[in-house]
Write a protein that binds this ligand. Sequence first.
Ligand SMILES: Nc1ncnc2c1ncn2[C@@H]1O[C@H](COP(=O)(O)OP(=O)(O)OP(=O)(O)O)[C@@H](O)[C@H]1O
Ligand SMILES: Nc1ccn([C@H]2C[C@H](O)[C@@H](COP(=O)(O)O)O2)c(=O)n1
Length: 242
Amino acid sequence: METGELSEIPTPLVVAVDGPSGSGKSSVSRAVARDLGLAYLDTGAMYRAATWWCLDQGLPLTDTAAVADAVRALPLVMGVDPDDPTVVVGGTDVTAAIRETAISAAVSAVATNLDARAELGRLQRAAIKAEREPGGFSQGRGIVAEGRDITTVVAPDADVRVLLTASEEARLSRRALDVHGTADASAVEATRDQVLRRDADDSTVVQFHTAADGVVTIDSSHLGFDETVEAVLAVVSAATRA
Ligand SMILES: Nc1ncnc2c1ncn2[C@@H]1O[C@H](COP(=O)(O)OP(=O)(O)OP(=O)(O)O)[C@@H](O)[C@H]1O
Ligand SMILES: Nc1ccn([C@H]2C[C@H](O)[C@@H](COP(=O)(O)O)O2)c(=O)n1
């Protein structure tokens, strides 16, 4: 499918994308949203923002009740422009800060807190609903939302549901390139915690390695970035023609 061909897609359109760390969900979902003129919601960034907020207040992430209370009071504003997805907490722009290694290392403690998940899921559903209505960023065209449980828990009724996977090897070398600028053996080794340990911890509460019924799997291990975007657009096209 050619870029831009989907200007005729039925709207509002909700596209849900899940997958493990480094599978390409964020970058591919942003490109798909841009192409289709939709909003973009990075739900992982919401877990990261919640983690930043708790740590900023000096909360021990092991105190599950205190973390859940803090997340219920989280003053979070998510920017859903795919060209400039921002994250603001209590008036502070934390878009860059939430990508730091300290947050990546700690975020699973919040992601495995079931009360925090319930609250963030509620905020995610509200953000998706807002983009189905005229007042949102997309003016009612819709949204691409990505994470770990969007196809299954947050938006199981999405118009298009995709599980984006890639081999461990591909995911580790992509993340190593991002973080260390090289995918040599030591860079890959240094990336294991951020990718595999985090996925193992997160998998204890949410399933994102196998597609649920009705979810289309795209394995990007041997696809380039543009090919992966095209593959998702093809799934959107097929689903909206059906
Ligand atoms: N098909 C692909 N081929 C090569 N590189 C890719 C592909 N898809 C994504 N990438 C690159 O891999 C890196 C990781 O992608 P991205 O951050 O989107 O993954 P993610 O699944 O959102 O990870 P995380 O959940 O850890 O945030 C980025 O640099 C991205 O450009
Ligand atoms: N829907 C979601 C989105 C994210 N998470 C968790 C999993 C990660 O450890 C963390 C950060 O996500 P990332 O920015 O790396 O995509 O948030 C989740 O449990 N559910």
